[in-house]
Design a protein around this ligand. Structure first.
Ligand code: PXL
Length: 285
């Protein structure tokens, strides 16, 4: 019997600022994918606000897993993101190993713009490699890719051979598929780059540079990528779907003159996910 694809989404829920579950649930729902939220923490606003109220739900993840075991619940995908503690990484590992047949998507959320997020300790960042090892696909931004590889954050442009080396070295940690978002590799925009180790193929999608950044873009990108892959997209098609929607929503946010504290304005554009879309172009490199 055909059933709707389902994703266990292990992320925080933040009231203000747009990120994680407040972005991932509507996006995947709009793509016809069912989300089972497994909150890792509840925050009044995301950590970029500097001041926020946070409740750590470290134990909830393992208790929820135990309950889904009892219920015999199956998931087509387990997708993890922002975590509240080092211990929660172990609970996530248990979740991933309990669903061997599921697509294991790990967004190794740790930081952005060359810096770790406020709640991420050095120990947590070091342990994140264990989660990456258990993944089928990872979607770090450039900051997270640098942390995982023990590299300095590259403030300037990266060469094609450097980018390929980063992708291959990340996949050698375990995941067969690696996508790095927001890479400065080309003169005419900002790229997401992907590597499929099974076919040894490299893909990139270049988008116009917009002189602003909004919280939630990484979560939006990975949610669309995941929804695409679950619907049968190839890696480059899923990347171009994710880039196309991210580009549209970043430009929409910019057009309203919103600030980085408002986060990505994606809600008015959700119907794009169900239309005949203007995807971003993809190319092998
Ligand atoms: O989008 C990444 C993210 C997720 N969750 C929380 C965050 C951030 C980035 O700032 O603070 C709570």
């Amino acid at each position: 019997m055909k059933h709707i694809k389902s994703v266990a989404a292990i992320h925080d829920i933040s009231g203000i600022g747009k990120c994680s579950l407040t972005v991932i649930i509507p996006t995947l729902s709009a793509m016809g994918v069912q989300v089972c939220p497994v909150p890792t923490a509840v925050l009044s606003a995301h950590t970029g606000f500097g001041e926020f109220v946070m409740r750590d739900l470290t134990d909830f993840v393992s208790d929820a897993l135990e309950h889904y075991h009892k219920l015999g619940t199956d998931f087509d995908c387990v997708y993890s993101g922002f975590l509240a503690s080092q211990q929660q990484i172990d609970h996530c590992l248990d979740f991933l190993s309990a669903y061997q047949d599921a697509l294991k998507v790990v967004d190794p959320v740790m930081g952005d713009n060359g810096k770790p997020y406020k709640t991420y300790t050095n120990e947590m960042c070091a342990k994140m490699v264990q989660l990456v090892r258990a993944a089928d696909i990872i979607t770090p931004n450039l900051t997270e890719a640098a942390i995982l590889l023990g590299e300095d954050y590259p403030y300037g442009k990266l060469s094609v051979s450097e980018v390929k080396s980063w992708l291959v070295r990340l996949s050698q940690l375990g995941p067969k598929t690696v996508v790095i978002t927001s890479v400065n590799i080309s003169d005419n925009g900002i790229s997401s780059v992907g590597y499929d180790a099974l076919s040894n193929s490299f893909w990139r999608v270049v988008n116009d540079y917009v002189p602003a950044s909004y919280s939630g873009c990484g979560d939006l990108y990975t949610a669309v990528l995941t929804g695409g892959l679950l619907s049968g997209d190839s890696l480059p098609v899923a990347m171009s779907r994710a880039s196309g929607f991210t580009k549209l929503t970043v430009k929409t946010t910019y057009s309203y003159g919103l600030t980085k504290y408002d986060g990505i304005l994606f809600e008015p554009q959700l119907p794009w996910l169900n239309g005949y879309n203007d995807f971003s172009d993809f190319e092998s490199f």
